[in-house]
Design a protein around this ligand. Structure first.
Ligand code: FAD
Ligand code: DLZ
Ligand code: SF4
Length: 508
């Protein structure tokens, strides 16, 4: 009896478990561009174009490799509009009675397959270093699920940067060396871009016609759309950016969007690259003496540490995780996140680059857009939907823990031991944004005072009960308490006035 083999838009890997289990001679691969997947958030047009173009090319590679592929384009007249609908339609056409699938990266689709009116055998997604069972075993009985300890286990498991039983260079974590402020000069000009070929141009026309009104600029489109191109991006990063990746990992610059970052997360997350091969390329560069330990360790920690850890948390915590709101924040996401005018240069730059590239690096996401939303008390569900929509690398298993947990502290501290909040001084130290801002980062109150300076204390003050006993936050509260009472009252009043203007839709 023939079967269907589902390959989703973020499962474009030759070694996918469902493909390994299938029989090329008798089974049919089903790939479908469907309106349901384009509509659960208003995805950035570049993200949709990346996924569709990479899906079409992956389907062509499968066919060339001898697979039968039933591929549905979004505008096919018979298209059922949903993954399950397409499976049922293809089952009727082929007579298949069973579907082989690799577990999707989102509870919504996992449940859709679970309750589909056709037999679906779901196989583990083993394109990761840690399985669900391994993560659960690690988490069992621990009071706190700190990434650092999980990461050490992943180092031991993979043997990456190990010296016998211990870490290379005697230390597990070189984060301390990776906080240099923005450099005066950047000697790297970002990831290589790829001129769209005819197949990608066709997708771009479709996306423009159907999703041209979503937030985000579609053209120029330079993403890699095949594994071969994604490997070029990786190779370019290792040769040209990795040596300084560690030093300037947290830096931000007005005129440089990528600094020394890899910009490979979209390719990792849709399956064109695998996490282990990426880390091995970096470990080899270190072994050759082409990259320092702080760069190699810092990078490998992001992949086998953070990336695996957030996935573990997403599946451990269950489907309600993205809805959590432990701080009770209920402000609407300000219009400036969708490109509304703002006088805050850091936000204008982070949002502007997000609109054009469907990319911002980690510190822009965490300490600019995330920090502001948290300080302003924006509803974390709305923040989550924004991040899921606007980044090319955003899939719920990785986006939700980063947003809801790490950035908005809405899970009550499962991921972060304290909220990632800062006043303007952190942004000023790590970037050149403040130099060209309408606000003055050195001003604490009064006309032109940096809003982050006001909102930072407002946040701490309104959440005093929850955070004043947090050992890592005691200093902040002591500093606040030492301030003159009149000054504190002015800060809070001005913060309130700022939030009122924000809510009223005024330009802030
Ligand atoms: P680099 O800085 O070059 O890092 C290398 C790789 O490490 C990345 O490609 C990525 O695969 C991995 N990595 C680094 N940090 C993390 C992390 N915290 N979690 C998981 N992987 C990590 N990453 C996503 O892949 N998808 C998301 O939807 C996403 N949403 C985020 C939302 C918020 C609020 C925050 C604070 C972070 C989010 N991240 C997300 C993590 C991180 O910002 C991106 O992985 C990174 O910016 C991707 O750019 P890069 O490839 O240039 O990364
Ligand atoms: C994100 C996305 C989009 C926009 N479109 C499709 C699609 O048409 N077909 C498809 O198979 N996958 C798409 N995806 C990726 C899925 O939404 C993704 O598989 C789930 O979010 C689970 O990670
Ligand atoms: Fe952002 Fe404040 Fe600096 Fe302006 S002064 S760029 S608002 S941190």
């Amino acid at each position: 009896m023939s079967r269907l083999v589902l390959v989703l838009g973020d499962q474009l890997s030759e070694g996918l478990s469902a493909l390994r289990e299938a029989d090329k001679a008798s089974d049919t691969v089903v790939m479908a561009e469907v309106s349901d997947e384009t509509a659960y958030v208003r995805h950035h047009p570049k993200k949709i174009a990346l996924i569709f173009s990479a899906m079409r090319k992956f389907a062509a590679e499968l066919r060339a490799d001898g697979w039968k592929v039933a591929y549905s384009q979004l505008d096919d007249s018979e298209n059922a509009g949903s993954i399950v609908g397409e499976l049922l339609r293809r089952a009727e056409q082929t007579g298949a009675a069973e579907v082989l699938a690799t577990e999707p990266g989102e509870w919504r689709l996992i449940n859709a397959l679970k309750y589909a009116p056709i037999k679906v055998r779901v196989l583990p997604d083993d394109r990761f270093i840690a399985s669900h069972n391994e993560f659960e075993d690690w988490a069992k009985g621990r009071k706190q699920l700190r990434m650092e300890y999980f990461y050490r286990d992943m180092r031991r498991k993979t043997g990456l940067l190990m010296d016998g039983d211990g870490p290379a260079c005697g230390k597990w974590n070189f984060d301390h060396d990776n906080r240099k402020p923005a450099p005066d000069e950047v000697t790297h000009d970002g990831p290589p871009g790829f001129e769209p070929d005819a197949a990608t141009e066709e997708v771009l026309d479709l996306v423009e016609a159907r999703f041209g009104n979503h937030f985000g600029t579609l053209r120029p489109f330079r993403f890699a759309t095949t594994r071969a191109q994604a490997l070029e991006v990786l190779d370019h990063f290792v040769k040209h950016a990795l040596p300084k990746f560690g030093d300037f990992q947290d830096a931000m610059l007005n005129d440089n969007r990528f600094l020394y970052h890899a910009v490979i997360s979209p390719y990792l997350n849709i399956g064109l690259l695998g996490p282990l091969e990426v880390c091995e390329a970096v470990a080899e560069a270190y072994a050759r003496g082409d990259a320092p330990i702080n760069a190699a360790e810092g990078f490998i920690r992001q992949i086998i540490g953070w990336r695996e850890y957030v996935r573990g948390i997403y599946f451990l915590e269950g489907p309600d995780y993205p809805d959590r709101n432990l701080l009770g924040h209920d402000r609407d996401l300000p219009a400036l996140y969708w490109g509304g005018v703002t006088r805050m240069n850091c936000l204008a730059k982070a949002v502007g680059q997000t609109r054009e590239e469907a990319y911002a690096h980690h510190i822009q996401r965490l300490m600019v857009t995330g920090n502001f939303a948290l300080l302003a008390g924006v509803n974390p569900g709305q923040v989550h939907e924004w991040y899921l929509a606007v980044y090319a690398d955003a899939f719920e298993w990785v986006e939700a823990p980063n947003t809801v947990g790490m950035s908005q502290f809405a899970d009550g501290g499962i991921i972060a031991s304290k909220p990632y909040v800062s006043s303007g001084s952190y942004i000023n130290r790590m970037s050149d944004y403040c130099k060209s801002c309408d606000y003055a980062v050195s001003k604490k109150t009064g006309e032109g005072a940096c809003p982050f300076n006001l909102l930072y204390w407002h946040f701490l003050d309104r959440h005093r009960e929850r955070f004043s006993n947090n050992a890592r936050m005691g200093n902040m509260y002591r500093t606040w308490d030492r301030m003159d009472a009149g000054h504190r009252a002015t800060v809070l009043e001005e913060a309130e006035a700022f939030l009122e203007r924000l809510d009223a839709g005024e330009t802030v």
